[in-house]
Design a protein around this ligand. Structure first.
Ligand code: SF4
Length: 377
């Protein structure tokens, strides 16, 4: 019998202390009974999920830190028992810097979590309020202090730019604070308006309240400039790390390698098949607890869909597309197959094809979605 494939393991914990008005993730406000039922369903799914050899473990959400550290520890035990998670594997938990978090952090570390990803979004109290977040900069500081005191040496901070009312000054100050707090990793995401959210309704009423493309580009450029000056490398279009602190789990996604997603709404990519679980919480729990297949969608990526997706993911990274390795893995010569697209993007100054790799130019990073999307067309 062949040994199971290696894969990153993602576990979705979808409950939050409250629901933010811009958020489109599979998430619900915490409710004891629902959270307990979901945990039972998740543990049942882990026990019967396809076998893989875990490379990394990532608890995402939602707000994983809403569950007790003991529960997180039990889930780590389940994942280890089923998927043989190595002792030195990167184990990340996303956390919301609410006042409860600092007290939970030492036990999270003891439970085995070795990387903390804190959803700060902004250090500006007014912007936090606009985003519907209830924590204060002081809550973030005490969470980071607690993380340091408990032996976390790998802390990531998530920030959002393009928040209504945000200025270059306030964004610069959030970036400076993340750096001053000593984060090893910073993710900066442009605010996106997701259909069906309260933000979408606000945008429909008053689009002028939101950052336009020019301001967004300036804010993104500011992140590049400040984080570079502070010793971070921009290893992916939205991610910066101090040397040695790139996210190993997320690198699996960008390399188009296998990952297994567990939980409501979670996505997997295994053996060329991409699948996504239903976002219907009751349907998920019912199926997992009843031992039935989890409803959802799946498709086998083949031909141009597969190679276009692989190029799109790799282009997001600083390394870009390694042309020789791509030929070896997918059997195509990218320069040859995508000659027209590559030529146009190089002429537009957004793609660098002058070496053995294809890479976004600095200018290309500002329009990364369009450049990457050109390979999917
Ligand atoms: S805490 Fe995160 S996952 Fe939860 S509602 Fe807010 S943005 Fe969404």
């Amino acid at each position: 019998m062949s040994s199971p494939p290696e894969a990153g393991v993602y576990v979705h914990l979808p409950f939050c202390p409250y629901v933010c008005p811009y958020c489109d993730f599979a998430k619900w406000a915490w409710d004891d009974a629902r959270a307990a039922r979901y945990l039972g369903a998740l543990r049942a799914q882990i026990a019967s999920a396809p076998l893989v050899r875990a490379r990394t473990l990532f608890f995402g959400g939602g707000t994983p830190s809403m569950y007790s550290p003991e529960t997180i520890g039990a889930l780590i035990g389940d994942v280890r028992a089923r998927f043989g998670l190595p002792a030195d594997a990167e184990m990340t938990a996303e956390a919301n810097p609410d006042p409860l978090l600092a007290a939970r952090i030492p036990s999270l570390r003891k439970a085995g979590v070795n990387r903390l990803s804190i959803g700060v979004q902004s250090f500006d109290p007014r912007e936090s309020r606009v985003l519907g977040r209830r924590h204060t900069p002081r809550d973030v500081e005490s969470a980071i202090r607690s993380a340091r005191g408990s032996g976390f040496d790998n802390v990531s901070v998530d920030l959002i730019f393009g928040v209504p009312g945000q200025t270059e000054e306030s964004w610069a100050s959030s970036l400076d604070t993340a750096v001053a707090l000593g984060a090893e990793h910073v993710s900066c995401y442009g605010l996106t308006i997701e259909e069906g959210t309260p933000y979408a309704a606000w945008f429909a009423r008053d689009p002028g309240a939101f950052a336009d493309d020019t301001l967004e580009a300036r804010l993104y450029g500011l992140a590049m400039e400040k984080l570079r000056a502070a010793g971070f490398e921009q290893y992916e279009i939205s991610n910066w790390a101090k040397p040695g602190f790139r996210s190993r789990h997320n690198a699996i996604y960008w390399a188009n390698e296998d990952y297994l997603g567990l939980g409501v709404g979670a996505a997997s990519y295994l053996g060329g098949v991409r699948s996504t679980h239903t976002r219907d919480l009751d349907a998920y729990c019912g199926a997992a607890l009843g031992g039935r297949p989890i409803p959802g969608e799946s498709e086998r990526l083949e031909g141009a869909a597969r190679t276009g997706e692989a190029i799109m993911l790799a282009l997001r990274t600083a390394e870009g597309v390694d042309l020789a390795r791509f030929r070896e893995r997918y059997g195509i010569d990218v320069q040859e197959r995508y000659r027209g697209v590559v030529g146009e993007l190089v002429a537009a100054g957004v793609l660098d094809a002058s070496s053995a790799r294809l890479r976004l130019t600095e200018r290309g990073r500002f329009v990364a979605n369009d450049v990457c999307g050109a390979f999917l067309a």
